[in-house]
Design a protein around this ligand. Structure first.
Ligand code: SAH
Length: 466
C-alpha cells in the first residue's frame, strides 16, 4: 500500500523539513502490523515526492486479532487488508508524520503555516460508497479529486466495478491539513474493522477534526464510520461536535432529545445486560463473585470498576477464550492490588469443582444455551447443589423476541452455537424446578426494550438461597 505526497512549492525539497524525513535517505519503521518505509522517488527544487509504503504482515494481524473468528479461516490470511489504504495507513501517518500533522516544523518553523501546492496519491483505496462518496468527502474540503476505478474482473465486464480506486487529491494548503484529512477520511472510506477503535478515538477525531468537521456536510457519516458504528462513542462525539456549531437554544434542546434517543434506543443490548447483572449483584450485597462461562471477560471488567467486589473469579471451558480475557483485561499490566482481585480458572461447569464453593454470588450470563440439554442437569447440580452461592444471576435469550430481528430468518437461533433458546414460560418452568429441588427462590427481570406481547430480548433470573 502506497501513499505519495508531491509538492511543486519552490524549493520543493522543503517537503523533507516539513515531514521531518530526509529526502536523501530511505528509512524503515517497525509498526505493530508490519513495516513502513519512507523514501523520496523524486527530490528536486522543482518537484519533490515523499512516499510512504506500508508492508502489512497478514499473519501478524491474525495473531494479534482480538475478537473471535468472524470470517472463514482462509479469509483471515488471504484478504485485501495488506494492499489497501485502511486504518493502518492512518496509524502509520500519525506515527511517522505526527509532528507534521500537528503543524510543527522544527527545522523551518515558518514552513508549517505555508499553503503550498500538494497532491496526495493513494495507490488503492477501498471506497464503500463508490466514487460519489469519495467526492462528497473530499470536494467540500476544497480538493480536486481524480479517481480511477477498476473492474472486478476484466474478462467479465458484466460483473461491474470493484470498490477499489486509485485516488489523487490536489489542493493548495498546509501539509498538516492534508495529513489530517487523510488520517480521518481513509478509514471512513474503507469502513472496515478498525484495529484501534477505543475511547480515545473520540478525542482523536475531535482534535483532528476541530476546524473542519463540524461544518462538513457529511459530518454524520464521517463520525459514524470513523467510530465504526460504536454507538456510545458516536453519540459522545456527535454531541460535542453539535455543541460547537449550534448556538440556537431550540436546536440545543433538540440535540439533547436526539442524544437521549441515541442513547436509549441504541445502547447495545450487551451493555444493558452487563448493567443489569452488576446491579443485581450489588443489590444482593455480593463481595466475592463467580462469573461462570466468563467468555472474554466483559462482566469481569465491569465488576472490577466497582470496589465493592473484592474477589472476582472467571471460569470458562475454553482456554483460548481465557487467554483473550487476560489480554482484554490487561491483567499483565494491572497494578498488584487490582490484579489480586481477579482469578481466571479453566474448567467445565458440568463437573463438580471445589474451587467454586463458598462464594457470595455467581453470574451465568448467556451460557446455559451453549450447553446440551442433556448436560444441563449436571450443571444445575454443580452450581445449585455443590457450589451453592447465596445469589445466582442467570441470563438467557428470550426466543419470543427473535421475530423482532429482521436479519434473523424465522425459526433460527441467535448464535450458531446455541443448543436451545427458551420462551419466557420455558425459562420460568426450569427456574421454578431448580428452586424446588435446591432450596432457592427466584424473580425474573427483562433486559432490553420490552414489548407488551413478546417481552424483552434477554431474560434474567435472580435466584436467592432460602
Ligand atoms: N458470559 C460471557 C460469555 C458468553 S458466551 C458474556 O456474556 O459475554 C458463553 C461462554 O460459555 C463461552 O465463553 C463458552 O466457552 C462458555 N461455556 C460454554 N459451555 C461451558 C461449560 N460447560 N463450562 C464452562 N464454560 C462454558
Amino acid at each position: 500500500m502506497l501513499l505519495t505526497i508531491t509538492t511543486t512549492h519552490s524549493p520543493a525539497t522543503d517537503l523533507g523539513y516539513l515531514l521531518h524525513k530526509n529526502p536523501s535517505r530511505a528509512q524503515v519503521f517497525e509498526l505493530a502490523f508490519g513495516q513502513a518505509h519512507v523514501f523520496y522517488p523524486e527530490a528536486t527544487d522543482e518537484r519533490c515526492t515523499a512516499a510512504l509504503l506500508l508492508d502489512v504482515d497478514p499473519v501478524a494481524l491474525v495473531r494479534s486479532r482480538k475478537s473471535g473468528p468472524e470470517s472463514f479461516a482462509l479469509g483471515q490470511y488471504v484478504n485485501e487488508r495488506p494492499y489497501v489504504a485502511s486504518s493502518f495507513m492512518s496509524n502509520a501517518i500519525s506515527r511517522l508524520f505526527g509532528t507534521a500533522m500537528g503543524g510543527r516544523c522544527s527545522g523551518k518553523p515558518e514552513l508549517a503555516n505555508l499553503e503550498i501546492p500538494l497532491t496526495a496519491k493513494l495507490s488503492v483505496v477501498p471506497c464503500r460508497g463508490g466514487e460519489d462518496l469519495l467526492r462528497r468527502l473530499f470536494e467540500p474540503l476544497g480538493y480536486s479529486v481524480t479517481a480511477e476505478g477498476y473492474p472486478l474482473d476484466e474478462k467479465f465486464a458484466d460483473w461491474g466495478n470493484s470498490a477499489f480506486f486509485t485516488v489523487s487529491l490536489e489542493k493548495t494548503c498546509r501539509l498538516s491539513e492534508l495529513l489530517t484529512h487523510l488520517y480521518i477520511l481513509i478509514p471512513v472510506l474503507d469502513d472496515e474493522k478498525h484495529y484501534w477503535v477505543g475511547e480515545d478515538e473520540v478525542e482523536k477525531l475531535l482534535k483532528h477534526g476541530e476546524d473542519w468537521l463540524s461544518s462538513h456536510p457529511e459530518k454524520d457519516l464521517i463520525v459514524k464510520r470513523y467510530l465504526r458504528h460504536r454507538r456510545n462513542l458516536m453519540s459522545q462525539a456527535m454531541a460535542q461536535l453539535l455543541e460547537e456549531d449550534t448556538p440556537n437554544p431550540d436546536e440545543v434542546q433538540e440535540v439533547a432529545a436526539q442524544e437521549e434517543w441515541v442513547i436509549e434506543e441504541r445502547i447495545s443490548l450487551n451493555e444493558q445486560r452487563m448493567g443489569a447483572v452488576v446491579s443485581a449483584l450489588k443489590s444482593a450485597g455480593a463481595k466475592r463473585v463467580l462469573d461462570l462461562g466468563c467468555g472474554e471477560g466483559k462482566l469481569i471488567g465491569a465488576l472490577l470498576r466497582d470496589k465493592e467486589f473484592v474477589e472476582i473469579v472467571g471460569v470458562d471451558v475454553s482456554y483460548r477464550t481465557l487467554e483473550k480475557a487476560q489480554d482484554k483485561l490487561r491483567l499483565e499490566k494491572m497494578a498488584p492490588m487490582q490484579r489480586e482481585r481477579i482469578k481466571l480458572l479453566h474448567g467445565s461447569l458440568i463437573y463438580r469443582d471445589k474451587r467454586l464453593e463458598g462464594y457470595d454470588a455467581a453470574a451465568v450470563i448467556e451460557v446455559i444455551e451453549h450447553m446440551d440439554l442433556a448436560r444441563l442437569a449436571a450443571f444445575e447440580r454443580v452450581l445449585f447443589e455443590f457450589a451453592k452461592p447465596g445469589t445466582v444471576v442467570l441470563t438467557t435469550p428470550n426466543v419470543e423476541y427473535n421475530v423482532k430481528w429482521e436479519s434473523l430468518p424465522a425459526g433460527k437461533m441467535r448464535h450458531r452455537d446455541h443448543r436451545f433458546e427458551w420462551t419466557r414460560e420455558e425459562f420460568a418452568d426450569w427456574a421454578h424446578g431448580i428452586c424446588e429441588r435446591f432450596g432457592y427462590s427466584v424473580r425474573f427481570l427483562p433486559i432490553g426494550p420490552e414489548d407488551a406481547e413478546i417481552g424483552a430480548p434477554t431474560q434474567m433470573a435472580v435466584f436467592e438461597k432460602t
